[in-house]
Write a protein that binds this ligand. Structure first.
Ligand code: ADP
Ligand code: MG
Length: 317
């Protein structure tokens, strides 16, 4: 690395004081040592510049997203995030970029009580790999627990991040408020940690929506050994998405656009009321969008009538 050396980068941007007494050894030694209470949940995700985000995305947003996608994986199993590692591959050591990246990363980390305990810093193409460790709940939320008859829910709104990425690529000189709101959804996804933790032991199955609602629901269905019917009219579409896109395009983005990091989960009909109460208490909106069915197909329904998802504009699987 020119000017800023590897150890200077770590010291200046990443070796922050850790408040969590469970971190016996943090950044600085050969390996971190942490105390845990029981079973742990472990996840890792790599973001490659130009593939998972535009290379010129604000550094602050890259730092946020790299951690957010991992916290979303912990949320999807109902775990409580505790520790993170950060492997950073950089083209050059630009202090402004590093400062922005660290600000975005630590802002989200602090909000979720996550301590950065180690990592690696290398030179090469811009690639960010974050690993996370969380306390696993007694009954983890898995993709495999869904049963026919379960009601399918999704948190928040879907399609926004994919629309935001489109708006970002369009580079409209003066993006209006709706476009800006969608772009913020892409830049700063909000992992649904509190909801995931509250659903553990209650929902039968869950997955976080990273590849797109239809594709991720298909993963849940495959592992649960069932199919699903989605009520297209019940898809939660945000105001900005409705403002900028025709309804068919908004539905297509909601079904096939990725990067929302909402939770999609299956609940026994008898528990629907409890789930709604929990969501209201946490302050995370949830929408019932369909039902798990016997078989293996993912089907659409509009006004009670079956429609092929392809007819709704969705053709990707
Ligand atoms: P080693 O050669 O033993 O792998 P390094 O010299 O790579 O150790 O790193 C020194 C210390 O700094 C280690 O504790 C490592 O975990 C930490 N570290 C390196 N890069 C980062 C980073 N980007 N973020 C957080 N910690 C880092
Ligand atoms: Mg190393």
């Amino acid at each position: 690395m020119p000017k800023l050396g590897e150890f200077e980068i770590i010291e200046r941007f990443f070796a922050r004081a850790v408040a969590d007494p469970a971190v016996r050894v943090g950044i600085g030694d050969d390996a971190a040592i942490v105390a845990t209470e029981g079973e742990i949940a472990v996840a890792v995700d790599t973001l490659v510049a130009g593939t998972h985000f535009p290379a010129d995305l604000a550094a602050d947003a890259i730092g946020h997203r790299a951690l957010a996608v991992n916290l979303s994986d912990l949320a999807a199993v109902g775990a409580k995030p505790r520790f993170a590692t950060l492997a950073l591959c950089l083209k050059q050591a630009d202090p402004d970029w590093l400062g922005g990246f660290a600000a975005g990363f630590f802002r989200l980390a602090e909000r979720h009580g996550v301590s950065l305990i180690g990592g690696d810093t290398t030179k090469g193409p811009l690639i960010v790999t974050v690993g996370v460790i969380g306390d696993a709940p007694r009954t983890p939320l898995l993709r495999s627990g869904g049963r026919p008859g379960d009601r399918i829910f999704v948190s928040g709104t879907v399609g926004d991040a994919a629309a935001g990425l489109e708006q970002l690529a369009a580079r409209t000189a003066q993006a209006g408020a709706a476009a800006r709101a969608l772009i913020e959804r892409f830049r700063y996804p909000e992992p649904r940690v509190a909801l995931g933790r509250a659903l553990a032991g209650l929902a039968h199955a869950a997955i976080d929506v990273s590849d797109g609602l239809a594709a991720d629901l298909a993963h849940l269905c495959r592992l649960s050994g069932c199919g699903a019917v989605i009520d297209l009219g019940a898809l939660p579409l945000s105001e900005p998405l409705r403002a900028l896109y025709a309804i068919e395009d908004a539905e297509t983005l909601a079904l096939s656009g990725g990067d929302d990091y909402e939770l999609c989960f299956a609940v026994a009909p008898a528990d629907v009321g409890r789930v709604r109460d929990i969501a209201a208490r946490i302050g995370t909106p949830v929408s019932e969008i369909g039902e798990l069915e016997p078989g293996g197909a993912i089907e659409g329904r509009r006004d009670g009538r079956p429609v092929a998802l392809a007819a709704a504009g969705y053709v990707h699987f």
